[in-house]
Design a protein around this ligand. Sequence first.
Ligand SMILES: Nc1nc2c(c(=O)[nH]1)N[C@H]1C(S)=C(S)[C@@H](COP(=O)(O)O)O[C@H]1N2
Ligand SMILES: [Mo]
Length: 155
Amino acid sequence: MSRSDASALAPTHPSVRLHGLLDAPGEVTVTQLRELPVSRVEARFDCLGSGEQRHRFERPRLWDVVRAARPVVDLRGRKARLRFLLAVTGADGHCAVVSWAEIDPDFGGQQILLATSVDGTPLDEHGPQLVVPGDHSGARYISGITDVWVGPFER
Ligand SMILES: Nc1nc2c(c(=O)[nH]1)N[C@H]1C(S)=C(S)[C@@H](COP(=O)(O)O)O[C@H]1N2
Ligand SMILES: [Mo]
């Protein structure tokens, strides 16, 4: 497909809004997420409604997506970043929080993904899906993601 064909299709595809305390906030499509380094995860989780599920997910770590948006956080020491959290929301309003320390390699370093495909099926039309391999429950596997907010807890 030529470049002009691709950009003609772009407006029909959903995008994820990256916002919060970021130097480079913006909208990112599933196509753009595929430009980041690829990770692959075989995940198994439990759903209260439909029992155990197994899926193959592919593409970027949430960590790489967030770093590309340049969060305004001091990474020289280790304490300042610990108050940061990421709120991930789907098109239906389902929302869950991931703490910065879960995905930061200096702490949990979990392979949490914003998947661009599930079992080989591309998610361009539906929007990316959050993949949290450490979770027993599937409830944080938010699909159709429209929004990722990054910022510090304030008290
Ligand atoms: N946007 C959105 N994503 C969601 C949910 C939801 O209600 N809305 N439910 C979650 C729950 S409870 C589970 S168990 C998994 C189900 O994943 P599946 O679609 O592979 O069955 O999706 C999760 N992602
Ligand atoms: Mo579920």
